[in-house]
Design a protein around this ligand. Sequence first.
Ligand SMILES: C[S@@+](CC[C@H](N)C(=O)[O-])C[C@H]1O[C@@H](n2cnc3c(N)ncnc32)[C@H](O)[C@@H]1O
Length: 336
Amino acid sequence: MGNIQSDSLPESRHFKRYRFFAKNKVADAASVHSTTSEPNEPNGAVSLPNFRHIGGRTYNLAENSIYLLPNDPKEADRLHEQHYMIKYLFEGNYEPCLKKALQSIGTRVLDVACGSATWMLDMATDHPHVEFFGIDISPIFPSEIKPPNTIFAVANVLEGIPYPDNHFDIVNMRMVTGCWHDKYWPWVIQEMYRVVKPGGYIQLLEPDHTFWVIEPERQQVWKKWNAWQMNRGCNTKIARSIHKMIQTAGFVNIQKRYMSAPLNWGGHIGQLCNDTWLGLMMASAPRVADKIGYTEAEFEWECKEIAEYSKDVNEYINFHIAIGRKPLLLSVMEAA
Ligand SMILES: C[S@@+](CC[C@H](N)C(=O)[O-])C[C@H]1O[C@@H](n2cnc3c(N)ncnc32)[C@H](O)[C@@H]1O
């Protein structure tokens, strides 16, 4: 289960170029786990050709990827915590306009770059009549213990989303700010547009990677981390433009809002936000610390100082959400 049956997919203008990819490259998550797992790898991580072990963590160094974070079980745990922080912050897993689609039998939802898939698993449990599909460049999603209405596949979105045109009612993607070079964003959104049905929705959610309160000199390590990322083509401030990007791609009825997450204060959300932010920094440390002038120990100390100080000054991070709808009119025009 989980493999894409490309022979049974309807042929379409855009999908032809993905047939080869779907048939040859998309691995079934379960088979990836069962055939290549190395029991001796650090952290119980899966071993695949692009995977590298650096500083005790495992990373996927795919050719066209600039993604910094590991893909090991420790990272899966961080993503799990992050999911609940976002869910509590936004008081739910989706914006109200998606409710009707999620009540219908046969609705199909795609989660792009699903990671450990906590959003999908949570959603699939709440909506057992809806089919959920998840893709990620690394098989860190569950392969065996999962709701029956979920299907996962390994896929690099930069090589195209391996599904036909107009296939999903909802496509979701979030927390992917660091995943690819800024120049690929329009392509990824265009791919999402292609696979959404006319009248279907896109939902994006990203943090803006900005500390608004702490004085610049007290957040040097964070500023240098962001500058280094920006310099290598990763737009860490993309959250503020996601609504414009989906509009440019052709989505309409755009809605957007943002929520401010307290960092290390303000109760449960603040604690989760702190754990996931510190977890992000620690997970990137083996690949970044020396590039921005720190030893790993110094880098870690500086980050913990920020988190402590954040409590005193009530620092926060803004998370932006944007929703758009693929125009219905398109189907009328295409049919004509
Ligand atoms: C920070 S995690 C977020 C995961 C998930 N969306 C969530 O909210 O928990 C980013 C995910 O993007 C995946 N990713 C990075 N580059 C990718 C690519 N080119 N194609 C597909 N997935 C990618 C990573 O493997 C990782 O699981």
